[in-house]
Design a binder for this molecule. Sequence first.
Ligand code: SF4
Ligand code: ZN
Length: 278
Amino acid sequence: MFTQGDRVAVAVSGGKDSGALLHALRNVYPNQDVVAVHLNLGIEGYSDHCQARVEELTKSLNVELRVVKLEDYGYSIDDFLKTRFKRKMCSICGLVKRHVLDRAVQELSATVQATGHNLDDVVGTMLTTFFSGDLLQLSRLKPVLAPKREGQSVKVKPLIKTPEFENLMYCCFFDVPFRSLNCPHSRGTHSRRSKRLLEELSKGNVHFRQQTLSLFLGKLIPLIESKLPKTTLLECRVCGMSSSNPICAYCKRIGDLMEVKEAYGNLRRGIEASGTSP
Ligand code: SF4
Ligand code: ZN
């Protein structure tokens, strides 16, 4: 997944999986150039708690930390509650995280981007993505993803074969600090539903997750890749990142959000000027 000369940027969310990953990388490869990246999503009562855990961890490991606050870009994940994405918070949050993380990793000149996706996450996502028919997305769930274009980092998932429970055990055993709060937007989400589906399917077959992973990675994804048409990559006209459209999905969503925020601001100012309570 990486070699001695690579600069490895580890995306650290404050959760147990990415915490275990950073701790293990630092201890197994003490001489590797490792930098931690944390995105503060601006989720009230949650994001600052996550950032504090990450700061504690990186300080104890003596790892450089780059914190990116969405607030500094003029918005937060909570702002999407005012939009049509209010019932799809995790999907919009995922899109924002991928984009902002890619940009931060590029700015840090890291050659590798490592994330803490565990066995349960990946197999759950594989199953739901398969049933949704999004084959392109399914093919991107591999443990090593080559850069989309020159100058970008390789994306790796070192814990893809590690069950979630083992990451929890690892953190408890090595006193790795991780968040004790759940995101307020996680209730009833896709990932919770896919976890329940996975638990159901694993009943009576303890190897179900490992078998599904090796089936998808060994047979299904190579087959899909051989059939998928090659897509031409463009540069987003707004942010300059790779995109299959002239304006990338991130810039479109943020543009829409800013319009909604402006409309809300105008409405509030109008109410205040007329002296009516909202
Ligand atoms: Fe984002 Fe959903 Fe995770 Fe909350 S639970 S941080 S909204 S992906
Ligand atoms: Zn863009």
